[in-house]
Design a protein around this ligand. Structure first.
Ligand SMILES: [Fe+2]
Ligand SMILES: [Fe+2]
Length: 479
């Protein structure tokens, strides 16, 4: 259905032959100025006129899809890119397994699919809003550029989802597309849909943790949607995944560079006081991890979920890499044992596997996070320090699902609320921790220079040196 090369001649770059569908083209061209308005008011503040070294997709082929150049962010060529899908695509899981995949939305699944798409779509502009002030305190030009790369790509992910809404959901879809530009992260009257996307991101350690843990939820959600029987959704999310990989890289290596710098300054002394050296103590980093990881775990939804079961049964949302990693794609025989809280005590409950699909996806996410933790700990070990980072137990600090409303230690032990209250500042980044980290944030924009609290990366972007001029400023006041 989709071509591999992208038409950049039209107002909306695309590989979906948009010019052949006048009605759709007009609808998206009407949405475009509203989007640009939103970008100018809610996108990165203070850098709209600057030349940023960004990559733009030129092809959806696995090799060589990216083109790097200086661009003013409002001129970024946002557009609609779908990965090609197999000819005669068959449904790979659920009750419709083996039948032909769908190029249109089946009437009976219209509401469910719209809800899935809107929920994903809402996270994209939300994260741009959350991060809009970070440029003012960037630790380097390299980091500034990475932030903006992530931001423009989240903008494009919004385009991807809006294309689906406009193309396949008629009037409802058009209304949803408008509302995506009206909700605002953290606004009490019209907040973004999911909790963590209303949390402020006011310092760069939060940004790296967000890109590491919250964007990583996106990897797994998109990976599950890439299996969908609804082919346009599968094709769209497959291309989004290729962009997402860079966001996760920015997050994982960002945290790693903060850790590296702290370890360096500790100089082999486990008791070194990093607050006197203007760096982030390792236990503060651990509390940031605990906070963003636990908030991100909520995004997978309830441990036991009839919605999750229905989405799977109806072949709307599979498991992560359903085709590659699983053998039984119907999942009617198996079950999953879960920890549950019953009458103030912990117990076990066995549920049919389909009802535990959220938990299955969460398992994959946790395993992926653990890999990053191992590599961070290698960094710490390399400095001869006696410290290791851990992920808190999945029950810790949850606001959704089975464990919400109960209280747990980071090790997963059930405790009462008073105990949690007494300990929480030792476990979760407190106001004081955040104020301290924020106090370290000062803008550094000289090419090749880095803020004191973070190490330089191992290499630059697109084969360029670290001291490359990743952004060129137009000379106006930035701060
Ligand atoms: Fe995204
Ligand atoms: Fe992302």
């Amino acid at each position: 259905m989709a071509a591999t090369t992208i038409d950049y001649q039209s107002r909306i770059p695309n590989n979906v032959n948009l010019s052949s569908d006048r009605r759709l083209q007009r609808a998206l061209e009407n949405w475009l100025p509203n989007y640009i308005d939103w970008w100018r008011t809610m996108g990165p503040e203070g850098f709209q006129e600057d030349q940023i070294y960004l990559r733009t997709a030129v092809s959806v082929e696995k090799t060589g899809w990216a083109h790097f150049d200086y661009v003013k962010m409002p001129d970024y060529r946002w557009g609609i890119f779908l990965n090609p899908t197999e000819a005669e695509r068959k449904i790979g899981f659920g009750d419709h397994m083996g039948k032909n995949a769908w190029d249109e939305v089946p009437g009976e699944y219209r509401n469910a699919l719209r809800r899935i798409i809107v929920t994903q779509a809402d996270t994209e502009p939300a994260s741009v809003e959350q991060q809009r002030l970070l440029g003012k305190s960037c630790p380097s030009l390299y980091d500034l550029r990475n932030l903006f790369q992530v931001n423009v790509e989240e903008g494009r992910h919004l385009w991807a989802m809006v294309y689906l809404l406009h193309s396949y959901f008629g009037r409802d879809g058009r209304e949803e597309a408008e509302e995506l530009l009206q909700r605002r992260s953290g606004n009490p009257d019209k907040p973004r849909i999911l909790n963590v996307f209303n949390e402020p991101i006011e310092d760069w350690l939060s940004f790296y943790c967000f890109a590491m843990f919250t964007d990583r939820d996106g990897k797994f959600q998109l990976g599950a949607l890439a299996e969908s029987a609804f082919t346009p959704l599968a094709a769209t999310t497959r291309f989004m995944l290729t962009e997402e990989a860079h966001h996760l890289f920015v997050g994982q290596t960002g945290v790693e560079r903060v850790i590296r710098r702290s370890c360096e300054l500790m100089n082999g002394d486990n008791d070194a006081d990093l607050t006197r050296q203007g760096a982030v103590p390792l236990d503060v980093i651990q509390r940031y991890i605990n906070r963003w990881y636990s908030l991100s775990l909520d995004l997978f939804g309830s441990e036991v979920s009839s919605n999750g079961a229905t989405f799977f049964a109806n072949s709307l949302k599979g498991r992560f890499q359903e085709q590659r990693r699983w053998e039984d794609h119907v999942a009617l025989e198996d079950s999953r044992v879960l920890d549950v809280v019953r009458g103030g005590k912990m117990g076990k409950e066995e549920v049919p596997l389909r009802n535990a699909m959220n938990e299955v996806l969460r398992d994959e996410y946790i395993a992926d996070c653990e890999k990053a933790l191992r590599s961070w700990n290698q960094t710490v070990n390399g400095y001869g320090l006696n410290f290791s980072f851990t992920l808190p137990n999945r029950k810790f600090h949850r606001h959704q699902g089975e464990y919400a409303g109960s209280f747990f230690t980071p090790e997963g032990e059930l405790i009462d609320e008073a105990k949690f209250e007494a300990e929480q500042d030792n476990w979760i980044a407190s106001d004081e921790d955040r104020a301290y980290v924020k106090s370290l944030m000062h803008q550094v924009t000289e090419p090749g220079k880095f803020a004191h609290w973070i190490s330089p990366p191992k290499r630059g972007i697109n084969g360029n040196p670290i001291e490359f001029e990743y952004a060129k400023f137009s000379g106006h006041e930035r701060a």
